[in-house]
Design a protein around this ligand. Sequence first.
Ligand code: GLU
Length: 510
Amino acid sequence: MTNNREGPARVRFAPSPTGHLHLGGLRTALFDWLWARKTNGQFILRIEDTDRRRFDPDSLESLKKGLRWLGLDWDEGPDIGGPFAPYVQSERRKIYQEKAQELVERGRAYRCYCTAERLATMREEQRRAGKGTGYDRRCRALSDDERRRYEAEGKPSVIRFAVPLEGVTVFNDLLRGDIEVENRQLQDEVLLKADGLPTYHLAAMVDDNLMEITHVLRGEEWLATAPIHKLIVDAFGWDMPVLVHLPVILDPSGKGKMSKRKKMVAGKEFLALVHEFQDSGYLPDAMFNFLTNVGWNFDPDQEVFSREEAIERFSLDEINPSAAALPYEKLDWLNGLYLRALTPSALKSALLPFLSQQLGLSETELKSDRRLDVLIPVVQERIKRLDEAVSWIDWAFLKSDEISYSDPKLLIGRKLDARQSVEMLRAAANVLQGVEPFCAEAIHAAFRERAEALGVKAGSFFGPVRGAISGKKVSPPLFESIEAVGREETLQRIGLAVAFLEEHSALEGG
Ligand code: GLU
């Protein structure tokens, strides 16, 4: 391989399907994608599923869904294949077995027959003696005869890498420069397990080479294993790809590494899993914009930018290696901005799944529902996440017999008592029977006129009607709300409210 820094890059995102995709993983994938697109190269999705104990079959779909949601389309990978298929490591086990064997033959790796019990005893002794734990390399020194005997006995074995016992290993990280490690600090890591499957160390190095990966972007937690990786790559006689260890993502507080603890984002608890943000109605464009600036900065003077602009400007050299905090307030702010920039019909499409789930109506039914056409534009100004739209809209879909007024105060106008409020409701009903056309503007004008004629403040007149139609303290602007539910339904709700208030004041009076 040549010096890879110029020309189209081949960059892989190599998740292990062991759980849901985390924002940190999504950020790695995003930087991979940006670099591939920037250099007109390829973004490759490779599934590292060789740890069968931690394998979670559901996580694969959730992973792909998360990437697609953010718009990170892969050029090669599962489902679509590519010149180096398969892209799922469990389907490539023969390749790793051959490669591990190759290292054994070159004297750079060896079979180890130590049993789990022996390793446990060894570790216990090391601990008791106050020594660091690690494989004591017993099988590295086996004679050929011993090996032949163990093989003849059919003893299970693993293949371990034979780390040079002396000297230093130097590797380069694009952000941190050359890093030097003494070989005696390194372990003879397992390359191939007894079940014939490779460890990450072997599989990732083999695949990065066979798939002609030029740049490896991965979490900083892998920095400690980079010397072993360099040694493995050297042992095969390959070139190292450019290594970029991405900064750790911190809690929004900037203090601890993001843990499994929940954090509050816009009044909601999150584990920072990608699907939680999807399910709450963050827009992919807002998330894209947000994550691009975690560990890299588009421009201190420009917070909002498009995908194309990000691709154009992105540069690996400018990634900041220090830990980056997640400023969730900025995500909310960005999301609000992107939400308001949607056309009403785009917002409607984005809202359909949320509304459908909460209102128990099909998306097709909702699509042609005119109530939404009236309410969505007024709700648009008021939400930061799509899921918040539900409580602004759900009242309009209640059937008359589902409306219940829990508190008479909701129906009482400012500076009015129950009896006066009933009068206002009756007057409003009277206005609504005649107003033409039945639209927000005309209703508004007619209400004002009637309030004036009655000598009451507009607010006192409107209040009871607001409570009557929504049953809520906070609801979208009154006249659009009335227009949305329509004349007949509004009159019905006003009738119910009158009955409720009358009953209530009778009880009070009695
Ligand atoms: N399979 C590893 C993980 O999920 C990938 C690390 C890498 O990108 O090399 O963390």
